[in-house]
Design a protein around this ligand. Structure first.
Ligand code: NAD
Length: 445
């Protein structure tokens, strides 16, 4: 099928590439000319495992094209996806500027019957607004073109996005139009072969489904962080508690890891946006507000542990901290709302210096922080530790899991590790004379 995708970010680029890889003819359109130029020259602007070779292969096979020319892209697609960003507005609601801009652009050029599919995460009722924005342009042009706006929320995880796209747990299609269902079933048939994954529902339910999924996952994380806070105060070990509850299939093992708070481009903004939708509709979503509040507090917990160890924030002045992990989670270079950003700011505000290393997010860190005298971006984990007083682990990259504790003990000025992801066993660090602070477990200095 001929497919057009607006937005070549994590969602648009991965979706477009996977659709091309199963044989569809895909045109991706973005307003960022440098991104489009780069992609046309084989430069993939994000790190996503397995993505770059797939982009290259499908681009070379001429099934995947990149352009800034919206008019030709709109002429191309029988199905047009909207996969642009929906960041948080100041009041926590989803900012629909980009989505509605794309809708207006589609209306400006649409010339034949088309299914417009919204893949961006958007509040309930957005499909109606997209429909109105397209229709307004058609009226202005004095033309009558049939089109449907369907919702098809995306559930891929950064870090495993290609796999999620190729083998989705479910494909949610929200529409009242049989034609749209038929077109999207054709499109997704290659991903729906061995068992039924497509769930068809009305548009509003589909829009809400995406928020419900992310809010549920964020709730599990905040719940576990709350248990960790209690564990620290009563002398329990949250890792033992995790094992004790995860074995219950009604609870399960996923998303019950305590840590330095969730970040990324989805959970924080989606929890806020859903709470905002509730508020706008006369309901106070107290659970969601608490999920967000617990997470906000948790993002400062590592810093609180550091201050507790050194006695006061003033005592951090002139100290140097090695920070392992800047991305909001492993296997991505994405630092949007990452816990590392809060921590670094708090360290800098206290007059401390940071020596940071992340396997994939160094370029992004350079872009975000620029040149500053209190930040050294290091080429590897050991260089970050050299000359540092203590080590702080913020992202649970595999490569940080089994460091040489003896070497750390000899290298770190204050021989102390602050572990925001509970990667290590307190006993192992004690054996090597390292002070150890983690989340929801007894600490020792
Ligand atoms: P992103 O910021 O990585 O990419 C958005 C892209 O859209 C950018 O390249 C931008 O230049 C482009 N764009 C903006 N306005 C445009 C326009 N008018 N025309 C063409 N291109 C335009 O965003 P993302 O992470 O891919 O997220 C996109 C949507 O998908 C968001 O609503 C997000 O909540 C949702 N989502 C994201 C993920 C994820 O893991 N990142 C997962 C599921 C859903």
């Amino acid at each position: 099928m001929k497919v057009t995708i607006f937005g070549t970010g994590y969602v648009g680029l991965v979706t477009g590439t996977c659709l091309a890889d199963v044989g569809h003819d895909v045109v991706c359109v973005d307003i960022d000319p440098s991104k489009v130029d780069g992609l046309n020259n084989g430069i993939v602007p994000i790190f996503e495992p397995g993505l770059a070779p797939l982009v290259k292969a499908n681009h070379e096979a001429k099934r995947l094209a990149f352009t800034t020319d919206a008019a030709s892209a709109i002429a191309h697609g029988e199905v047009i996806f909207i996969a642009v960003g929906t960041p948080s507005d100041e009041d926590g609601s989803a900012d629909l500027t980009h989505v509605l801009k794309v809708a207006a652009t589609i209306g400006t050029h649409l010339a034949r019957p088309t299914v417009i599919v919204n893949k961006s995460t958007v509040p309930v009722g957005t499909a109606d607004r997209v429909h109105a924005a397209v229709a307004e342009q058609l009226v202005q042009r004095g033309v009558d073109v049939e089109f449907v706006v369907a919702s098809n929320p995306e559930f891929l995880k950064e870090g495993d996005a290609v796999n999620d796209c190729m083998r989705p747990d479910r494909i949610v299609i929200g529409t009242g139009s049989d034609y749209a269902v038929q077109q999207l079933r054709r499109l997704y048939a290659p991903f729906n072969r061995n068992h039924e994954r497509i769930v068809v529902m009305d548009v509003r339910s589909a829009e809400l489904t995406k928020y419900a999924a992310n809010a549920m996952l964020a709730t599990k994380i905040s719940f576990m962080n709350e248990i960790a806070q209690i564990a620290e105060r009563v002398g329990a070990d949250v890792e033992m508690v995790r094992q004790g509850i995860g074995s219950d299939p009604r609870i399960g093992w996923h998303f019950i890891y305590p840590g330095a708070g969730y970040g990324g481009s989805c959970f924080p903004k989606d929890v806020r946006a859903l709470a905002n939708t509730a508020k706008q509709n006369g309901y106070r979503a107290e659970l969601l507000e608490s999920v967000e509040a617990v997470n906000e507090r948790q993002k400062s917990h590592l810093f609180d542990l550091i201050v507790r160890h050194y006695g006061s924030a003033d005592a951090l002045r002139g100290k140097a901290f090695a920070v392992w992990g800047l991305a909001f989670k492993p296997n991505t270079d994405d630092m949007r709302e990452a816990s590392s950003r809060r921590l670094l700011q708090q360290l800098w505000d206290a007059g401390a210096k940071v020596r940071a290393y992340d396997p994939e997010a160094m370029e992004e860190a350079r872009r975000i922080f620029g040149d500053r005298s209190d930040l050294m971006l290091c080429g590897d984990a050991l260089t970050a530790v050299r000359g540092a007083d203590a080590l702080i682990v913020v992202t649970e990259w595999k490569t940080f899991r089994s460091p040489d504790f003896q070497k750390l003990s000899l290298t770190l000025g204050d021989a102390t590790v602050f572990d925001g992801r509970n990667l290590y066993s307190p006993k192992d660090l004690a054996v090597h004379g390292l002070g150890y602070y983690s989340i929801g477990r007894l600490s020792h200095s």
